[in-house]
Ligand binder design. Structure first.
Ligand code: NAP
Length: 285
């Protein structure tokens, strides 16, 4: 068997084209969607992510700006800026690029963002709404994965789903979305005993581990849908997922590549959340 590839790049492009009309309609009504991305420090990977987020917005006619601080900035300065943006009627989404330098209380910073502008979906209010099955903003990466299931015609109801990884950014919200969709969900972590015993039962396998080629063909159930969230850089500079793509492709029914899989979907869903925030504001005006 050779797995069908779920092409995140093509899906992301299709969705982004569809967003343009919504952005135009909002702009015509005086609610041009606006996203601010706050970057603290000069981590090269974060700089690339932030640039892609800002450019993604601009490419579909949204407003977007980056605010940068030296890594030594104090938390109060960043909190004051967030308070200012919370009150700015032209800004619909605020995102603080993670990770923050060690002297920051990450949770306090994320909680300072107004819940109705929290387009990353990390505020406790939005996490709670997702857990209750009534999401307002869904974290962008697992949201993108749900869109890929849709695109691949994957019915999640009644399926065995296994998520490897339990981070607040990917693993946990992914598990909640799968639960809400009616799957039977197992969440694995670094202490899980007999990981392969779990993954081999999975009709749906999501890898969010951060270890190159961690999931091998012998861990995959024949015909399974394999979603690779990982982004790892190999010594030769190439990007690689958490899944051994070549090996697993021969066993899986559907699979996402890296690059060109989940990655492009993450920013796409950030755009979707920001447009959604602007639409809610316009509707309330
Ligand atoms: P993270 O916070 O480091 O979490 C990794 C998770 O993997 C943890 O829960 C950890 O378990 C688990 N884990 C580590 N070793 C394991 C093992 N041997 N067996 C089972 N579980 C194990 O990472 P993250 O933020 O969730 O990101 C995961 C990956 O996705 C990274 O490669 C990241 O770059 C990528 N990512 C991609 C996107 C995208 O847009 N495509 C977005 C976000 C992240 P413990 O909790 O027990 O430590």
């Amino acid at each position: 068997m050779t797995a069908q590839i779920i092409d995140g790049k093509a899906l992301a492009e299709k969705l982004r084209q569809g967003f343009k009309a919504r952005v135009e309609a909002l702009t015509a009504k005086g609610h041009k969607p606006g996203l601010v991305v706050i970057l603290v420090g000069a981590d090269p990977a974060s700089e690339v992510y932030v640039r892609n987020k800002v450019n993604g917005c601009l490419a579909i006619g949204m407003h977007s700006e980056k605010i940068t601080y030296e890594a030594t900035v104090d938390q109060a300065t960043v909190l004051a800026k967030i308070a200012e943006l919370n009150a700015d009627p032209n800004i619909h989404g605020i995102l603080v690029q993670l990770p923050l330098p060690g002297h920051f209380d990450e949770e306090a910073v994320l909680e300072a963002i107004a819940a109705d502008k929290d387009v990353d979906g990390f505020h406790a209010e939005n996490v709670g709404a997702l857990a209750q099955g009534n999401p307002r903003f869904i974290p962008c990466t697992p949201y993108g994965v749900m869109k890929m299931f849709e695109q691949g015609g994957v019915d999640l109801s009644g399926k065995e789903a296994v998520v490897i990884g339990r981070s607040n950014i990917v693993g946990k919200p992914m598990a909640l979305l799968l639960i809400n969709a009616g799957a039977t969900v197992t969440v694995c972590n670094s202490r899980t005993r007999d990981l392969a015993g779990h993954t081999r039962r999975a009709d749906i396998l999501v890898a969010a581990v951060g270890k190159a080629k961690f999931v091998t063909a012998d861990m995959v159930k024949p015909g399974a849908v394999v979603i690779d969230v990982g982004i790892n850089r190999l010594p030769d500079g190439k990007l690689c997922g958490d899944v051994d793509f070549d090996g697993c492709q021969a066993v899986a029914g559907q699979i996402t590549p890296v690059p060109g899989g989940v990655g492009p979907m993450t920013i796409t869903m950030l755009l979707a959340n920001t447009i959604e925030a602007a639409e809610r504001k316009a509707a309330a005006a």
